[in-house]
Design a protein around this ligand. Structure first.
Ligand SMILES: Nc1nc2c(ncn2[C@@H]2O[C@H](COP(=O)(O)OP(=O)(O)OP(=O)(O)O)[C@@H](O)[C@H]2O)c(=O)[nH]1
Length: 778
C-alpha cells in the first residue's frame, strides 16, 4: 500500500504540502481512500493523521507501507500522475479552465522559507521523490525548478549527511518523470542531461566541511521515466503510466522503486508522530538530526506501547489482588504471572521492536522492571499466605497424628514438617518468576522456625500430658501401700512407706524415659521433667499422708490403737471388766502407748537412714504455670508441736470416755442378780413347777411352747422374735409407766440409790465435769 504526498514547484512548494490535500473533500465515503491535509494553510500539523492512518488500516502495518512525494512545477500533471500510479483521488485541474489545484505561492505571498521547509519535509518523510517535469524543461535550470532542488540537496545533506545510529546512510530515490515526451530526444539523452545537471548542482552545493567529499550517489539514486503526451497520444500516455505503475507495485522488478533501503524504518503507527516532529523541527529551523528524531520517536512510541501493554497486564493482574490480600493461596499464580508478563512483553515486542533498537531495549528493560514491581506484591502476598496455610496444615497434621493412644511423636513431627516444607517450597518456586531477584528464602526460614516452635510446643504439651498421666498412675499406685503402712503404726512404718515410694517412683521414671525417647526430648528437658515428676510424686505422697493424718483420721487411728490395747487382751479377745480388774493400770498403759504414736506420725523419718528421701528445695514444677514456693524439709513435718499437743488433748478426752465406759460396765456387772437367788427361786418355785408338769393342760401348753421355741430356733427367727418382744415390752413398759406416773407422785418414785459418783474416780477435771453434766442431764 502506498501513501502519496505531493510537492510543487519552486514557487508552489509551500502550497505543495497543503496542495496535497487542498481540495481535500473526500470524493468517496470509503475511509480507506479518504484524504487528509497534513499541514494546513496556517502551517499547523494536523491532529487527524493518526486516526486517518488507522482508518487506512495501516496502524499495525509496521514497515509495510511506503511514502512517495512529488515535486514539480505547477500544473505539470502531478495529481494526474499520482491518481494513476497510486490510486489516489486528488483533484485534477479542469483542462478548460487552467486553474491550479495546488495553492499558489501568489495566494500566500512569496514565501521562500515555507517553500524550502515543505520541500525539506517532503524529502525527509518520503522514500521516493518524483521530480515531475515537461520534456522541454530538461536542461533549463530555472524552468525545471532546479534552484529549489539545489536547496533541497543542500538541506538534505544536513539531514542525512550523518550516518544513522545503525551505521547506514539514509538513501532516497529521485525518480524523474519526463512528461510529454515526444520521442525526438531519446530518454537516454535526457537522462544524461539530467544526471549531468544533478551532479553540477551537487558540485555547487555549499557542504559542511566534514561532508565535503561526499558524492550525490552517496545519498541519492537517480531513476528516470518518460510519459507520452497525454492530449496528443492519450492511449500511449495511459499505457506508459500503467507501465510506470508496475515499478510501484511489482516487487519482483529490478527497477521497483520502493526498495527497502529507501525506507525510513518508521513503523506505521509512529509515522504521524515522526512527521509532526520533523515538521516542528523544520518549523523552528533547528538543525535536523534524523537519528535523534528517530530516537525521540522511539522513546515516545515505546512509552506509548509499553503503557498499553502495561494497562492490559494490569487488567489481568487486578482480579488476583483481592484473593491474595484476603489471605488466599492462589493456585497457579506463578503460571498466571508468567503468562501476563510474557503477553505484555510480546505485545511490546510486536509493536516496539521496529523502533530504534537502543531505545526499544532500554524501554523494554523499564517495562520489565515495572511489571516485576507490579506483581512482586502478589508474589510476596502469595508467600505469606502460603506460609500461613502451611503452618495451619502442619498444626492440624500434628493434632490429628496425636489423636490416637499410641503414636510416635518424633515420626509425626518429621512427616508433618517434611510435608509442610515441601508444600511451601513447591508453592514458592511456582510463584517465583525467572529473571527476577525475588527470593523466598527469608519466608522459608521464618516458616521453619515457626514449625519448630509449634513442634516444640506440642512436645512440651505432650511431655506435660505424659508427666500428668504418669503422675496419676503414681498416685494410684502409691495410695494402697501408704494406706496400708500408715494404718498399722509400727516403728518402721516410714521405712516401709518410703521404700514403696521409691519403688513406685522408679517405675514412673523409667516409664517416662521410655516414652520420652520418641519425643526426642533433650537431656535438659528430660532432667527438668524428671525433677518435676519427682517433686509431684513427693507431693502426691505427702497429700496421701495428709489424708491419712487428717485430724479425724488420725484421732480415729489413735482410738483404734487405744481400743486394741485397752478393750482387747493380748490374744485379741474383748475384755469384760470385773470390779477386781486393774482398769486404771490398763487404761494408763494403753493411753501412754497410744500417745507414743503422735511423735511417730509427726515426722517422716525412717529408721534406716539410706531410705531417707531428699529433694532440692529449688525444684520447680516447670510443667505447671503456677508459681510455687516448695520447701522440701517442711514437707517432712506432719504435725507441729502445737498440733501434737492439741491432738494429745483431744485423744485424752476420747480415752477418758473409754475409761468411763469401762468403769460403768463394772457397775453394771455389780448390779446383776446374785447366784444364790436362783437357788431360792428353785426352792420356792418347786411346787409351781410340779403343778405345771403334772397338770395335762399346763403340760400340753408347755409342750406347745417348747415346740414353738424349737421351731423358732430352727428357722433362725430368734432375733426377730426377741425384737418383737422387746418392742412390745417397751411399749407395755411405757404404757405402764405413764399410768403409774398418773397415780403416784414424783417424790414417791424418785428414790435414787446413793452410790459414790463415778466422776470422783477420774483424774481429769475437765472429764469429771463433763461426766457430771451428762449424768445430771440423764
Ligand atoms: N499536456 C499534458 N497535459 C497533462 C498531462 N497530465 C495532465 N495534464 C493536464 O494538465 C492539467 C493539470 O493537471 P494536474 O494533474 O491538475 O496538474 P498539477 O500539477 O496537479 O496541478 P497543480 O496541483 O495545480 O500544480 C490538467 O488539465 C491535466 O489534464 C500530460 O502529461 N500532458
Amino acid at each position: 500500500m502506498s501513501v502519496a504526498l505531493t510537492s510543487s514547484t519552486a514557487t508552489k512548494a509551500v502550497a505543495a504540502v497543503n496542495g496535497y490535500h487542498t481540495n481535500g473533500n473526500a470524493t468517496s465515503n470509503d475511509p480507506s481512500i479518504e484524504r487528509v491535509q497534513i499541514i494546513d494553510d496556517e502551517k499547523r500539523f494536523t491532529s487527524d493523521l493518526t486516526p486517518q492512518i488507522e482508518r487506512w488500516g495501516l496502524q499495525n502495518a509496521g514497515f509495510d507501507y511506503d511514502i512517495v512525494a512529488v515535486f514539480g512545477s505547477q500544473s505539470t500533471g502531478k495529481s494526474t500522475l499520482l491518481n494513476r500510479l497510486c490510486g489516489t483521488n486528488f483533484d485534477v485541474m479542469d483542462e478548460t479552465r487552467r486553474q491550479q489545484t495546488t495553492k499558489d505561492g501568489r495566494e500566500r505571498g512569496e514565501d521562500q522559507d515555507f517553500e524550502r521547509k515543505s520541500a525539506l519535509f517532503s524529502l525527509a518523510s518520503s522514500e521516493v521523490l518524483i521530480v515531475n517535469l515537461w520534456e522541454h524543461q530538461v536542461g533549463l535550470y530555472q524552468g525545471a525548478n532546479m534552484g529549489l532542488l539545489k536547496t533541497v540537496f543542500e538541506v538534505n545533506l544536513g539531514l542525512f549527511g550523518k550516518k544513522s545510529a545503525d551505521g547506514r546512510s539514509q538513501r532516497t530515490l529521485l525518480l524523474f518523470v519526463i512528461r510529454d515526451h515526444i520521442g525526438t530526444t531519446p530518454l537516454a539523452n535526457l537522462q544524461a542531461t539530467l544526471t549531468a545537471d544533478m551532479n553540477k548542482i551537487w558540485g555547487s552545493l555549499s557542504k559542511p566541511p566534514e561532508l565535503n567529499d561526499r558524492q550525490l550517489s552517496d545519498y541519492f539514486d537517480l531513476s528516470f521515466a518518460a510519459l507520452p503526451h497525454k492530449i496528443l497520444v492519450p492511449d500511449k500516455f495511459e499505457a506508459g503510466v500503467q507501465d510506470l505503475r508496475k515499478r510501484f507495485t511489482d516487487k519482483s522488478r529490478e527497477d521497483y522503486v520502493f526498495k527497502p533501503m529507501y525506507h525510513k524504518r518508521i513503523p506505521a503507527d509512529g509515522v504521524a508522530f515522526y512527521m509532526e516532529n520533523i515538521w516542528e523541527q523544520v518549523q523552528s529551523n533547528k538543525d535536523l538530526d534524523l537519528p535523534t528524531q528517530q530516537e525521540l520517536l522511539a522513546q515516545f512510541r515505546c512509552d506509548e506501547i509499553a503503557t498499553v501493554a502495561l494497562s492490559e497486564f494490569n487488567e489481568q493482574a487486578k482480579p488476583q489482588r483481592k484473593p491474595i490480600e484476603s489471605g488466599k493461596v492462589v493456585e497457579g499464580l506463578g503460571n498466571m504471572m508468567r503468562s501476563w508478563k510474557a503477553g505484555a512483553l510480546a505485545r511490546y515486542d510486536r509493536d516496539a521492536s521496529r523502533y530504534h533498537q537502543g531505545v526499544y531495549k532500554r524501554k523494554r528493560a523499564d517495562l520489565i522492571s515495572v511489571i516485576d514491581s507490579t506483581i512482586s506484591p502478589l508474589f510476596l502476598g502469595q508467600l505469606k499466605n502460603l506460609h500461613k496455610a502451611c503452618l495451619v496444615s502442619f498444626k492440624k497434621e500434628m493434632v490429628d497424628g496425636m489423636r490416637g493412644d499410641s503414636y510416635d511423636f518424633a515420626e509425626i513431627v518429621k512427616t508433618a514438617r517434611t510435608r509442610c516444607e515441601k508444600r511451601f517450597l513447591e508453592g514458592a518456586k511456582e510463584a517465583s518468576l525467572e529473571d527476577t531477584d525475588w527470593s523466598y528464602e527469608e519466608e522459608f526460614t521464618l516458616l521453619s522456625e515457626e514449625v519448630k516452635n509449634v513442634a516444640d510446643q506440642c512436645r512440651k504439651d505432650e511431655t506435660k500430658k505424659m508427666v500428668n498421666v504418669i503422675e496419676r498412675n503414681f498416685k494410684r499406685n502409691i495410695s494402697e501401700p501408704v494406706d496400708l503402712y500408715l494404718n498399722k503404726a509400727t516403728p518402721d512404718m516410714w521405712d516401709k512407706v518410703l521404700k514403696a515410694f521409691r519403688e513406685t517412683l522408679e517405675k514412673a521414671e523409667s516409664s517416662y524415659l521410655t516414652k520420652a525417647k520418641s519425643f526426642s526430648c533433650t537431656d535438659e528437658e528430660n532432667a527438668t521433667a524428671l525433677s518435676t515428676l519427682r517433686k509431684r510424686a513427693w507431693l502426691a505422697l505427702r497429700s496421701k499422708i495428709d489424708e491419712q493424718t487428717s485430724d479425724a483420721a488420725f484421732l480415729a487411728k489413735l482410738r483404734t490403737h487405744f481400743e486394741e490395747l485397752f478393750r482387747y487382751d493380748e490374744h485379741g479377745v474383748p475384755r469384760v471388766w470385773k470390779p477386781e480388774d486393774d482398769i486404771d493400770g490398763a487404761f494408763k498403759k494403753a493411753k501412754d502407748r497410744t500417745l507414743e504414736l503422735i511423735p511417730l506420725y509427726s515426722k517422716i523419718s525412717p529408721i534406716e537412714p539410706s531410705l531417707a528421701y531428699t529433694l532440692p528445695s529449688e525444684t520447680s514444677d516447670s510443667l505447671s504455670a503456677e508459681a510455687d514456693d516448695f520447701d522440701f524439709p517442711s514437707t517432712l513435718l506432719i504435725f507441729s508441736e502445737t498440733k501434737a499437743v492439741d491432738l494429745t488433748n483431744r485423744f485424752r478426752k476420747d480415752a477418758d470416755a473409754y475409761y468411763v465406759e469401762a468403769k460403768r460396765s463394772t457397775v453394771a456387772t455389780m448390779a446383776q442378780i446374785p447366784y444364790w437367788m436362783y437357788g431360792v427361786l428353785v426352792v420356792l418355785g418347786w411346787n409351781e413347777a410340779m403343778v405345771v408338769l403334772f397338770n395335762p393342760l399346763y403340760f400340753a401348753m408347755l409342750l406347745v411352747l417348747l415346740a414353738s421355741s424349737w421351731f423358732i430356733v430352727q428357722m433362725g427367727l430368734v432375733g426377730p422374735v426377741f425384737q418383737v418382744l422387746r418392742t412390745v415390752g417397751n411399749e407395755i413398759q411405757r404404757q405402764v409407766s405413764n399410768r403409774l406416773r398418773e397415780h403416784f407422785s414424783e417424790a414417791a418414785l424418785a428414790q435414787p440409790v446413793r452410790t459414790q459418783p463415778i466422776e470422783d474416780q477420774l483424774e481429769n477435771d475437765e472429764i469429771k465435769q463433763e461426766v457430771r453434766v451428762k449424768r445430771e442431764r440423764f
